[in-house]
Design a protein around this ligand. Structure first.
Ligand SMILES: NC(=O)c1ccc[n+]([C@@H]2O[C@H](COP(=O)([O-])OP(=O)(O)OC[C@H]3O[C@@H](n4cnc5c(N)ncnc54)[C@H](O)[C@@H]3O)[C@@H](O)[C@H]2O)c1
Length: 241
């Protein structure tokens, strides 16, 4: 039997690096990936702006109609921006919190109606920035730290349900892909910044979206049936010291 055989998994931000890698890994493990992203992003099945309650209602209704079940949710949509408390304006703060934290809240809330029918697993993609702070990561730190504890509350609620719904947060360090490239471009010396970030990681390299996707498959599968409310760092050892 394949690891995700017969499992329907909804993925947000699925046109992005991590979301696309998760969708590919879910299908490879025998599951069905229901891919979503904002309008204008190609290659996904549904338009879903994670900050829109209306979009969540519409997409969850479509999943119920098409599959009559939902077994997993991966909240991978996200935005990152550099900025200290002094140079982050309020509009930017609200945008980052809206996508990263409100979007994860809405995803957990609306998907639960289907997940709790047969039991299921939620994976919230936080970041190492949800575990440790950075002087120029005020909004991102706050949003990803919020995802970390929201996930524990959802896990404790899901543990009281019958059948049970599990929920965990995952905390990647820097990954190869456009998000880190965009952040590095906001620094004065991108090449030096990349070298410094690489030196900070004990394993000596950035991670890959495929490695994050492998962790998601584990958390979505029944192999992780006793894992809930956990915060799993996938960071090459960055937060070990
Ligand atoms: N890339 C990294 O180094 C890294 C490290 C740690 C955590 N993360 C987290 O992993 C997740 C995925 O990041 P990624 O590297 O794939 O970034 P990415 O930029 O490649 O993809 C993010 C996706 O989110 C989508 N998105 C943005 N706003 C949205 C909205 N309102 N509604 C729905 N979708 C929206 C974008 O269209 C994009 O497809 C994010 O939550 C990010 O914070 C990334």
């Amino acid at each position: 039997m394949e690891r995700l055989e017969d499992k329907i998994v909804l993925i947000t931000g699925a046109a992005g690096s991590v979301g696309a890698a998760v969708a590919e890994a879910v299908e490879k493990a025998g599951g069905t990936a229901v891919t979503t992203d904002i309008a204008g992003r190609h290659g996904v099945a549904h338009v879903l702006d994670v900050t829109s309650e209306h979009d969540w209602e519409r997409v969850i209704a479509a999943v119920a109609k098409d599959h009559d079940r939902l077994d997993g949710l991966v909240n991978a949509a996200g935005l990152a921006v550099l900025g200290s408390i002094e140079d982050t304006d309020y509009a930017t703060w609200k945008q980052i919190l809206a996508v990263n934290l409100d979007g994860t809240f809405l995803g957990c809330k609306y998907a639960l109606s289907l997940l709790k029918r047969n039991g299921g697993s939620i994976v919230n993609v936080s970041s190492v920035a949800g575990l440790i702070g950075g002087h120029n990561f005020a909004a991102y730190n706050a949003s990803k730290g919020g995802v970390r504890l929201l996930s524990k509350s959802v896990a404790l609620h899901g543990a009281r349900l019958d059948p049970k719904v599990r929920c965990n947060s995952i905390h990647p360090a820097f990954l190869e892909g456009p998000m880190v490239d965009t952040i590095l471009k906001q620094t004065d010396f991108p090449d030096a910044a990349r070298a410094r970030l690489t030196r900070d990681i004990p394993l000596g390299r950035f991670g890959t979206p495929a490695e994050v996707a492998d962790l998601c498959v584990y958390l979505l599968s029944d192999e992780s049936r006793f894992v809930t409310g956990a915060e799993l760092a996938i960071d090459g050892g960055l937060t070990a010291r």
